[in-house]
Structure formats: C-alpha cells, structure tokens
Write a protein that binds this ligand. Structure first.
Ligand SMILES: Cc1ncc(COP(=O)(O)O)c(C=O)c1O
Length: 289
C-alpha cells in the first residue's frame, strides 16, 4: 500500500522528540538497515483509542529483548508517546507503527556498542485489503518459501528479518494475480499469510495453526476469545494443506488486514459464510467499544 501524501504532513516521535515527517531520518550506515536488527509493531486506533495498545507495546519490548536490544525508554513512556503522537497528528482513526533499531556506531555482525533507537509513526491507513475484496474473499497463492523452524528464526519476535520471505512470497503471489501468499511451515503444515494469521472453519469448528511457527497475533488471540464467547469450538492445531483445501470458510486476521475473508487458495474456493461474518462484525464492534 502506498504511503498516503497526507501522512507526510504529519509528525513522528523519535527517541523522545516529536519531529516533522521530513526531519525524522537516520543515517544510511545503520545496523538495523544492513543486518535487520530491527523490530516493529503495527497497531490501529479507532475513535481515538489504540486497540490493545499495552499488549502491542509489551510485544515490542519482548521482540526487542529477544534480539538482545534494551529499549532506553519504559513501556509507560511509549504508551504516552503513542497518545501524544495521535494528538499531534490530529488522528482518531490511524495506523500506528512503533519500531526499534540498532544504530551504526558499531557495524559488523556484532554491534554491542551500537545505540538502540525507537520511533513511532502514525497516519491514516485503511484496511490492507479494499472493502469489496474483504467482503467477497481474497485469493491466496501458496508460496515456495516456508515459515522456519523456531530453532532457525525467533518466530515470536516481530522482527524485520522475518519479513524477508513474506515480501518475496507476496510479490510472487501478486505477479500471478493473487492478493496475498500463504506460507506453509518447515514441516509442510499450514502457517500464515505474509502479514496475517489464518483461520479455517469446517462443520462449524474454528481451527487455526498453533503458534510454533507463526506469530501469535493480537487479532488472532482476540478472535479466539470472541469465538469462545459465541460458543464456537476453537482448535489450535496442526492443519495440513489438504484439510485447508476442504474447509468451508477461511479468513485472515491481523491489525492491518483486520478480518478478511479468503475466497480461494490456489484452485480451491470457499464461501464467505456465517462464522466469518459473525466474527468480523463482533471484532469491528469490539475495536470501537
Ligand atoms: C506475519 C504476521 N502474522 C500475523 C500477524 C497478525 O498479528 P496482529 O494480529 O498482532 O497484528 C502479523 C501482523 O502483524 C504478521 O505480520
């Protein structure tokens, strides 16, 4: 999705200071850029309130911690920074991007002497997928890339390096006329889309992959809770592609994608059914409560 021109009239919060968009820059010799020592969050504000803000900030700190980066601010500082930034940018409905990266004081694989930097941006960004597509269901193509073994890459860190295969997979899917990619994991099980978790429904039972190889999305956790509250049986379990191909309904969840119905995976088609529509409307009501 292209960056909206309007966003460039706004501000970012950078290491404790509010800066105009054009001045929120960093040097090109930066460890985060060269070695992917960078973690981030994607969040959304609805009616001026960031949905599950604290959970996102806690995940950011946890991701940084997994990569050995100690953020030189407190969780409370970042909570306040996000609020301050929304006000400064005059935003009620917004996408919020908080990110942490190593500076370029020490370049090379080891970089213990590099600074740890943190910034937050906020701008108006509608759902990842246009409304009509979300209603009718997007088309996914299975990628040749596999979500790695958790011993190969730290799955629960929302880290820039983890997105390399996501971008390659999504570009290939887009080139072939699909809207997004489905990544299987290193054991051939269903994983997730390039930037969203996946759920399937078969005979009224809601199933989603365990978090062994996929991010434990905050939207994923919310949907599991909403489903249980609506007496829908939820199973977090291994799903093989053949089982997914035979599903009745499939949808994606994520802060950016919100709840997006899937209409097809490779050649297999799905209806946009009652369970997807119920959970989507419950989610949309919850984020605005
Ligand atoms: C790879 C991946 N999986 C899942 C998700 C969904 O996570 P959340 O619901 O916390 O936004 C995201 C989005 O951040 C993602 O990038």
């Amino acid at each position: 999705m292209l960056m909206p021109e309007e966003a460039k009239k706004g501000y970012l919060w950078v290491n404790g200071e509010i800066k105009p968009w054009a001045e929120a820059t960093t040097h090109l010799i930066t460890h985060g850029l060269h070695y992917a020592s960078s973690v981030f969050e994607g969040e959304r504000a609805y009616n001026g309130k960031i949905f599950k803000s604290l959970q996102h900030t806690e995940r950011l700190f946890n991701s940084a911690n997994i990569l050995g980066m100690t953020i030189p601010f407190s969780i409370e500082d970042i909570e306040n920074a996000k609020k301050e930034l929304l006000k400064k940018n005059n935003l009620d409905e917004a996408y919020i991007r908080a990110f942490v990266w190593r500076g370029g004081e020490e370049m090379g694989i080891s970089a213990q002497a590099s600074s740890i930097n943190i910034a937050v941006g906020a701008w108006y960004w509608p759902c990842y997928f246009p409304e009509e597509l979300r209603n009718n269901g997007i088309k996914l193509a299975t990628s040749k890339w596999l979500r790695p073994d958790p011993r190969t890459s730290p799955v629960q860190a929302k880290a820039a390096g983890g997105y390399m295969i996501g971008t390659m997979s999504k570009h290939t899917a887009n080139d072939q006329g699909y809207h997004d990619a489905l990544l299987l994991d290193y054991k051939g099980r269903v994983g997730e889309a390039s930037g969203a978790n996946l759920f399937m429904i078969k005979d009224g039972i809601l199933k989603t992959p365990t978090t062994e190889c996929v991010l434990n999305g905050i939207t994923r956790q919310t949907i599991i809770e909403l489903a249980k509250n609506n007496n829908i049986t939820v199973e977090e379990t291994d799903i093989m592609p053949d089982e997914l191909y035979n599903a009745d309904e499939v949808f994606l969840t994520g802060t950016a994608a919100e709840i997006t119905a899937v209409g097809a995976i490779d050649g297999h088609t799905y209806i946009v059914g009652d369970v997807t529509n119920l959970l989507r409307s419950e989610y949309e009501a919850l984020v605005r409560r």
